[in-house]
Design a protein around this ligand. Structure first.
Ligand code: ZN
Length: 232
């Protein structure tokens, strides 16, 4: 599974552990500003081992692939010291063109070598920044291209595709209860600026960048839903 150390991929890791007998993680280093995300991965994986009986034994190899070329090619606010703003094409300048296509293709190449057929990613087009490589149709098209081009019967899984951020917190609660929610709040990293100074109810981050705002909004909606009595 594609594991960056953010909220979405941490939730996906828990989902993968509940679905599969063995889970290997792969992270990418491509010159991103928020490298701190990669440091969160080990703490999340170690924490995950204690959430459900059996998860400890399911967690396999941790891979990190260096693809600095992606950072060299892209002139974006994720890979350069520049302010985050909207571009003329309606996409924020945090968009790294082709990123998920490359990640999934590298993951498929790694999976080929490891004898793995199922690939899990945290892409989501419900509550997102409009990145075209997070759309369901993009992932499905790439799945077809990978199966043809690598001659394997891969299945790409995107359990968050139709969930908003509040529903992603709910999924974490379903999979691992409060312990998992607490682990993700405490140890996952979403902030584009890589800040871990201030601790908010929803975790660490600058609180201002689009990623922090989305995470905060989702958290407050999730907390609000919890406070309401169940509908009968
Ligand atoms: Zn932030």
């Amino acid at each position: 599974m594609l594991f960056s150390g953010g909220q979405d991929s941490a939730t996906c890791l828990a989902w993968a552990l509940s679905e599969f007998e063995r889970v290997e993680t792969v992270g990418f280093s491509y010159g991103q500003r928020h490298l701190v995300e990669l440091d969160c991965r080990d703490r999340l994986i170690d924490g995950m081992k204690t959430i459900q009986p059996g998860w400890r034994d399911k967690i396999g190899e941790r891979h990190t692939l260096d693809i600095p070329t992606l950072g060299e090619l892209s002139d974006t606010a994720l890979t350069r010291e520049m302010a985050i703003e909207m571009g003329e094409d309606g996409l924020p300048n945090t968009f790294v063109p082709g990123r998920n296509l490359l990640f999934l293709t590298f993951a498929a190449a790694l999976a080929y070598r490891r004898g793995i057929r199922h690939i899990v990613g945290g892409m989501c087009e419900t509550d997102f920044s409009g990145y075209p490589d997070c759309r369901d149709v993009t992932i499905k098209a790439l799945n077809v291209a990978l199966n043809l081009g690598i001659a394997r019967n891969y299945e790409l899984h995107t359990p968050l595709m139709w969930r908003d951020k509040a529903a992603t917190w709910q999924l974490a609660e379903q999979l691992g209860g409060k312990a998992l929610v607490d682990l993700i709040v405490e140890q996952s990293h979403t902030c584009y600026l890589g800040e871990r100074g201030a601790r908010h109810a929803w975790g660490f981050g600058c609180g201002e960048c689009p990623a922090c705002q989305l995470r905060a909004k989702g958290w407050h909606e999730y907390a609000g839903r919890k406070d309401k009595p169940a509908q009968t």
